[in-house]
Design a protein around this ligand. Structure first.
Ligand SMILES: C[S@@+](CC[C@H](N)C(=O)[O-])C[C@H]1O[C@@H](n2cnc3c(N)ncnc32)[C@H](O)[C@@H]1O
Length: 258
């Protein structure tokens, strides 16, 4: 039977299984989240307890993200960090970040859903608007007085992720981080992605790699020079982390003791 002659319901299921072979969408049902984090990922840091304790506002995170968050975010704890999360949903992650980063942190969340305004002032400030709106993002950054870390957990649409990145990455202070999560969506046509599709966000990351290495080729920038502001790109399962720092021409020495 030819693929396109199958009923749409089955066709869409086949496409889904093509995209996510072996993907487990069900929630963890074990007795202890902290035991699972320790036994599976060797992770026993504070964030495991903070996440497992929960908060009155619901939070939803993949377990393997927690040690990755801690790896990149731990140097910023108990400091006057300026942290922006794209995607507030039910406010739980803002509560988690407040407990993790401490009282000195300026924590803002943005969401397109006006209902999220209900979480404003609980763990951080919430502003309503689209992550794809440069003027809105600029106003939020101005209100924050600058920005050290962006965490994109918003629409997960490829065009939105890129639009936010183009606006916000240059605004991140040198030494800061830009963290994009749930990038399994990069493989989903529903989100504008697809396996090796041109809009798959990992292709944009690849363009950043080329711009970081501009000393070694003659091609012009494909990222409007964003790659020149980035000294490291770290790819994990469904997560991409960008180090915000200017790239500098490489310098070398030859040293020999006399
Ligand atoms: C995955 S949820 C966020 C979950 C939350 N960060 C947490 O961990 O609990 C995604 C959120 O992104 C919001 N969203 C969707 N499109 C958006 C857009 N264009 N701009 C900003 N937020 C958007 C949705 O309303 C939704 O609340």
């Amino acid at each position: 039977m030819r693929f396109r002659t199958l009923p749409y319901r089955i066709l869409s299921r086949l496409r889904r299984s093509d995209v996510f072979p072996g993907f487990n969408e069900s929630f963890f049902t074990g007795p202890s989240i902290t035991d699972h984090l320790r036994d599976t990922y060797g992770y026993e840091g504070d964030l495991a307890q903070i996440f497992a304790q929960g908060s009155p506002q619901l939070i939803h995170k993949w377990h393997h993200y927690l040690p990755i968050y801690d790896r990149y975010f731990s140097p910023w704890r108990n400091r006057p960090l300026r942290f922006l999360e794209i995607g507030v949903s039910q406010g739980g992650s803002l509560s988690m970040w407040r407990r993790y980063f401490g009282p000195q942190a300026t924590i803002f969340g943005i969401d397109i859903d006006p209902a999220c305004a209900a979480y404003d002032g609980i763990a951080g400030q919430v502003r309503i608007g689209s992550q794809a709106d440069p003027a809105f993002l600029a106003a939020v950054v101005a209100e924050m007085g600058g920005i050290d870390i962006v965490l994109d957990d918003g629409s997960h649409r490829m065009d939105h992720i890129r639009a936010s990145f183009r606006t916000l990455f240059p605004q991140v202070q040198p030494g800061g981080l830009y963290f994009v999560e749930d990038l399994h969506t990069a493989y989903l046509p529903t989100y504008g992605g697809g396996y090796r599709a041109s809009a798959n966000f990992f292709n944009f990351a690849r363009d950043m790699v080329d711009d970081m290495h501009r000393w070694y080729h003659r091609k012009s920038s494909t990222t409007a020079d964003l790659g020149t502001m980035c000294t490291g790109i770290h790819i994990h399962d469904s997560i991409c982390v960008f180090d915000r720092n200017p790239t500098l021409p490489p310098v070398q020495s030859r040293v020999q003791a006399t």
